[in-house]
Write a protein that binds this ligand. Structure first.
Ligand code: TPP
Length: 583
């Protein structure tokens, strides 16, 4: 058996492969993305990025119906999108093992909200397994497939950022080829109309009892008895922190957290003098442990965000743990649009239109920050489109209303919003920021950029034709690096009495491989007016006298700043700087 250093997400991919999964499907989202990005490298398993999590869940549901094992991956908010499928898949159950990997983001390192996926497990009445390190990630996903088939149920493996991204040694095994079951039509099981669903609900009710009985003996749940003065009930990454901060404490480590093993909890609690629950995010364990009549000691732990050994030690009045002090004096690195980002040009031009801008999620959300201040709202993927229509319906503003949405986000959940705008007779404008990739989560392929998950070419949707087909009256494509031309189109479309789409099309700066020469500021000509600074490009700053300076190491020569300087003070320092009357 090999021992390999793996992140939790790498271990999940390995475990899914070892368990004989033949299809992996998902939608990217931090901290879950690497599961599929690793799984695609294994032989014998087909991987696909779906346009959104609901489609991914449905594809996986079909694979399961077809008798094969499959894993579907997403971040926590993705499960809201997929929940419609999941809650009824709970009723149909599975044919081939169906496992959801859902990664939560406590502390919102890269998310718009904090959500505890265990609640979805309770709501959908399906089991949730919570690994606390990479080895468990591999083992738990393997058992998730077995549980799925044994109890006729989809199973969630719930990850959190530190388990997904932390690394540990993993003992790997061999692939276990699971024969695909022959397809069998079973209408009462798989056609969820009321009569059948009522019958399947009986299965769900009975299954809950069976799963609870399994929980009492599940290898994923274990009591570790040490000093009986303190007993900690915990799960996931919090287990690791408790081991570090309270090495003498007895611990009930729960790996199967939905359903909870009541008898185990009662037994453990009876054997220790003081019971404390330590968990990240929602008080899921503590509410249920209390409901069993167990007296829990309250400890002052944060209700949200991430825990750490240090936080736990402090809450238990321990000496602060000897951890490495953060390095001081590092320059702050606020999140910013990259130098040469095409989104910057679009927001710069859009700012001149004085529109109400409903925004969406992607790299371009950073356009909401000063100096561009290009967005008035950002709620969830796809929301920009419906919200633009809604703001216009409220009738409180004379200003034009514009939605901005990235290409991947448009494919994810913007298309139906646009269809509604057309149907409802909206006169709004939707800007699709087509930077040829899903940049924010690491350049995944999507149906707009025509790249498949394994890097091969895929069919590319024609955004213009699609928009017209949905009923949009006018579709224009602009190069956002050409500021004046972009502004002219935005001006025309935002005052027009029709529904319009403006496709802002230029590749993500990180996809542009050919190096361009940087620009520089002519000190003599710079008047310190600050026009170039208002682009918010990280390559441009002011020197101590207030003059603009361009960092030639970070400038990628996009030429946007040249166009905003009215004094011709920004000059090329190489042959590629000839913008040819624009860019
Ligand atoms: C429901 C949901 N799924 C996934 C994510 C993670 N996520 C945020 S933005 C985004 C895609 C961004 O791509 P795109 O719209 O093309 O914009 P870009 O980053 O390229 O500018 C993803 C996958 C999320 N926030 N919500």
């Amino acid at each position: 058996m090999a021992r390999t250093l793996m992140s939790g997400n790498e271990a999940l991919a390995r475990g899914a492969w070892e368990a004989g999964a033949v299809v992996g499907v998902g939608y990217p989202g931090t901290p879950s993305t690497e599961v599929l990005e690793n799984l695609v490298n294994y032989d014998g398993v087909r991987c696909e990025w779906a346009p959104n999590e609901k489609v991914a869940a449905e594809v996986a549901g079909g694979v399961s119906l077809g008798g094969a094992r499959t894993v579907v991956t997403m971040k926590h908010v993705g499960l809201n999108v997929a929940a419609d499928a999941l809650y009824s898949q709970s009723y149909t159950g599975v044919t081939g093992g169906l496992v959801y990997v859902v990664a939560d983001d406590p502390g919102m390192h890269s998310s718009q909200n904090e959500q505890d996926t265990r609640n979805h497990g309770v709501g959908a009445r399906i089991p949730v397994l919570e690994p606390s390190d990479s080895q468990e990630a591999l083992e738990f996903i393997r058992s998730a497939f077995d549980l799925s088939e044994r109890f006729d149920v989809p199973v969630i493996v719930r990850m959190t950022t530190r388990v997904s991204h932390g690394k540990g040694l993993v003992e790997t095994g061999e692939r276990h080829e699971v024969p695909v079951k022959p397809y069998q039509r079973d209408v009462p099981k798989n056609v969820m109309m009321p009569g059948n669903a009522r019958l399947r609900l009986r299965h769900v009710n009975a299954r809950e009892g069976d799963l609870a009985a399994y929980g009492a003996v599940a290898p994923e749940n274990r009591a570790e008895y040490r000093d009986n003065a303190l007993g900690v009930i915990t799960s996931g990454i919090a287990y690791q922190y408790v081991r570090e901060a309270l090495p003498d404490a007895s611990i009930l480590k729960l790996g199967l957290t939905v359903p909870l093993p009541d008898a185990l909890i009662l037994e453990f609690s009876s054997k220790v003098e003081r019971v404390v629950v330590v968990e990240e995010m929602d008080p899921y364990l503590s509410l249920r442990v209390r409901a069993l009549g167990v007296q829990i000691d309250d400890v002052d732990l944060p209700r949200s965000g991430e825990l750490s050994p240090r936080i736990i030690a402090a809450a238990f009045g321990q000496e602060p743990l000897a951890t490495r002090a953060p390095v001081e004096g590092l320059p702050p690195r606020p999140p910013l649009l990259c130098p040469g980002c095409p989104h910057r040009g679009l927001f710069y031009s859009l700012g001149k239109v004085r529109a109400v801008v409903t925004g969406d999620i992607g790299c371009y959300t950073l356009g909401s920050l000063p100096p561009l201040k290009g967005m008035d709202s950002c709620v969830c993927m796809g929301a920009s489109v419906g919200m633009a229509h809604g703001v216009a319906l409220a009738g409180s503003t004379e200003r034009p209303v514009v939605a901005v949405i990235g290409d991947s986000t448009f494919a994810h959940s913007g298309i139906t919003g646009l269809l509604h705008m057309a149907y409802a007779g909206s006169h709004g404008t939707v800007v699709i920021l087509d930077n040829r990739t899903t940049a924010m989560t690491g350049h995944q392929g999507n149906p707009v950029n025509g790249v498949f998950i394994n890097g091969e070419a895929a069919p590319e949707v024609d955004l213009e034709a699609l928009s017209y087909a949905l009923g949009v009256a006018s579709v224009r494509t602009v190069d956002p690096h050409q500021l004046d031309a972009t502004l002219a189109v935005l001006r025309e479309e935002t005052v027009a009495e029709h529904l319009s789409v403006v496709i802002s099309k230029a590749p993500c700066a990180l996809l542009v491989k050919e190096a361009k020469d940087p620009f520089a500021v002519d000190e003599e000509l710079c008047t310190k007016c600050g026009a170039c600074i208002r682009l918010g490009c990280p390559a441009i700053s002011r020197d101590e006298t207030g003059r603009a300076v361009i960092d030639t190491a970070t400038c990628v020569g996009c030429g946007q700043c040249v166009q905003v300087c009215r004094f011709d003070a920004i000059v090329g320092v190489g042959p590629s700087c000839d913008l040819g009357g624009g860019r």
